[in-house]
Design a protein around this ligand. Structure first.
Ligand code: G6P
Ligand code: MG
Length: 209
C-alpha cells in the first residue's frame, strides 16, 4: 500500500513546460542554435545550468562562465515574465482533483521540482497549502535523472522510497523516480516515457481521482 505521492510541477500540475520551452527557444536562437520540440524533450526536468550547457553544446563557439551565467539569468528573467501572469486558472485539468484524491486516500503529498521558481508558481496557482513538503531546489546537489530530489522528498515526508510513487512528465524525471526505487506514473506519451510503470495522458486520468 502506497503511503506517499511525490509530484513533479512543470508539465504535470501546470503547463510551465511551455514557458520553459519558449524562454529557451528565444535564447538558443539568439545564439544561432536550432531549437525545436524534440530538442526540448531532452531539457525537461533538467536544471537551469544543465539545460544551458546542453543548448550551448550545439553552438559554434565556446562561452566563459560569466557569459553562461548572464545567459542563464536572461532566460530566467524571460521565464519570470511568462509566469507573472499565472493564476489558478493555469492548473492543468485534474490537478486539484488529483491532489485532493491523494489527500482523501490518506497519502502524504510531496513536490519534487528542480525549478528554483517552484515556490512562486505554487503560490500563483494557489496550491502551496496542499503539499506536506516541497523540496527547495536550491538544496539539491544533483538534478534529475539522479534520484536525490525524490529521495529527499520521501525522507522529509517520513516515508520509505518503496512506499512512494512519483508523477512525472519528463524522461529524466521518470528515470529519477525509478532510480529512487519508487513506482513511476508518467504523464504524457507512453513511447517517450517508456521507463514509467504506467503512463496517463494527463492528471484527469490520475488513478485515484
Ligand atoms: C524543471 C523544468 C525544467 C527547468 C528546471 C529548472 O525541471 O522541467 O525545464 O529547466 O525546472 O527551472 P528553473 O526555474 O530553476 O530555471
Ligand atoms: Mg516536468
Amino acid at each position: 500500500q502506497f503511503k506517499a505521492v511525490i509530484f513533479d510541477l512543470d508539465g504535470v500540475i501546470t503547463d510551465t513546460a511551455r514557458y520553459h520551452y519558449l524562454a529557451w527557444k528565444r535564447l538558443a536562437e539568439a545564439q544561432g542554435v536550432h531549437f525545436d520540440e524534440a530538442f526540448n524533450e531532452h531539457l525537461k526536468g533538467i536544471d537551469r545550468m544543465g539545460s544551458l550547457e546542453l543548448i550551448l553544446a550545439s553552438a559554434t563557439r565556446s562561452y566563459t562562465d560569466a557569459e553562461k551565467l548572464a545567459l542563464a539569468t536572461e532566460k530566467n528573467e524571460h521565464y519570470k515574465e511568462l509566469i507573472a501572469t499565472m493564476t489558478p486558472a493555469d492548473l492543468l485539468p485534474g490537478a486539484v482533483e488529483a491532489l485532493d484524491a491523494a489527500r482523501a486516500a490518506g497519502l502524504k503529498i510531496g513536490l519534487a521540482s528542480v525549478s528554483r521558481n517552484a515556490f512562486e508558481v505554487l503560490d500563483r496557482l494557489g496550491i502551496t497549502g496542499k503539499f506536506d513538503y516541497v523540496v527547495d531546489a536550491g538544496t539539491i546537489a544533483r538534478g534529475k535523472p539522479d534520484p536525490e530530489i525524490f529521495l529527499k522528498a520521501a525522507r522529509e515526508l517520513g516515508v520509505a522510497p518503496g512506499d512512494c510513487f512519483g508523477v512525472e512528465d519528463a524522461v529524466a524525471g521518470v528515470a529519477s523516480i525509478k532510480a529512487a526505487g519508487m513506482y513511476a506514473i508518467g504523464v504524457g506519451d507512453p513511447r517517450v516515457l517508456a521507463q514509467a510503470d504506467i503512463v496517463i495522458p494527463d492528471l484527469a486520468a490520475f488513478p485515484l481521482n
